[in-house]
Design a protein around this ligand. Sequence first.
Ligand code: DLL
Length: 436
Amino acid sequence: MKQNVWNPIETAPVAELQALQTARLIHTVHHVYENVPCYRARMDAAGVGPGDIRTLEDLSRLPFTYKQDLRDTYPYGMFAVPMEEVVELHASSGTTGKQIVVGYTRGDLEVWGDTTARALVAAGGTPGSKIHVSYGYGLFTGGLGLDHGAKTLGAVAIPVSAGNTQRQIQILRDFGSDILCCTPSYATYIGETLAEMGVDPSELKLSAGIFGAEPWTEDARHKIEGLLGIKAYDIYGLTEIIGPGVAYECSCQQGMHICEDHFIPEIIDPDTGETLPLGQAGELVFTCITKEAFPLIRYRTRDIATLSREACPCGRTLIKMSKPRGRTDDMLIIRGVNVFPSQIESVLFQTGQTSPHYLLVVDRVGNVDTLEILVEMSPDFEFDAVRLVEQKQREIAESVQSTLGISAKISLVSPKTIQRSEGKATRVIDKRRLYE
Ligand code: DLL
């Protein structure tokens, strides 16, 4: 099932790719050592000079970069070029702490456009396709990231940005959008609104969606595909590395291909920092090897995933990453049990008659952690029948207990009571943080 690819490097022999990575890594290590005081100091302290990095194996000799480093050098301390060469800035606030700022040269924007164009082509995009971008425009990288890709491809960017959902649907229908780009939670919201407005998905030209910026499950994929009548593709990225387009899915959907000609991935044990073999789950770490303005070395993403070099039927040779299970800092520890919100989402989908909308409320009563799962029932659920509600709550509690090993209070709530998201959904309220 060979597919169209945007850039021939996507299907290059691995040896060729690795030779390219090696040359680019050597160049970047010199670049950061000469231009970023933080890297020079780190490398000096670790006793590694740029001349010591000659092969891909040498990468592990370099020190890690942490989000805290970017905060400590806020706003421009990690920039590796003078501001005269920077043409765009973006920022990410994250859920906690000071925001970080990233910059792009003209060359960096070309790389970014190329990587997101790969994602668009992998989802069936061609020059002339209408790309409806409902990721937020502004300092968030989602909107402009896909926009750069659409223009690079020669497709038509429709910069709708997030919000005003009924208008989104009008534009989808009237403009004849082919590919929808937004977060999976917003795609669900758009799909539900479509149904409420009585618009049949067949009235749209939409064939695919490119959804990312937050974790989502395979069940969520099927739900969105049904609501919108499309094939749903995953896309991964983070502001610090470039934004969306670090990795993207092809139609085989056996993982996301990492643009490893630009970003070298590693998986490490988050506790020891030790590099783990392919296939083992751990923290994703990226090294940028072509960035000019903001090249990060061994950046700790905190995302937990696996890597695979298994041949992909699409013909791409780029290494694949699994859907990130979540971030180490999103992982909840409830009475000593580690659980990611996405694992709870899977259980909720499997119990049926629930909608994809839920909220986890974690608290501490006395010295004991408590978990309450608010979950919306689908509109066809008979809410008035108390016995049915109690039975469903018990059923979900038992599934959570048997699958994840934690007890939780389940509260079924009526449809449309959990707030909808136009960007990244808030799934957790951890009240324990208030006591820290
Ligand atoms: O979310 C960039 C982006 C925009 C990616 C649009 C895809 C589409 P940040 O706001 O810096 O950047 O957040 C990055 O979001 O470290 C992951 O934890 C999470 N994330 C991004 N894509 C995915 C995905 C953008 N496909 C953080 N699946 C990352 C799961 C994702 N988590």
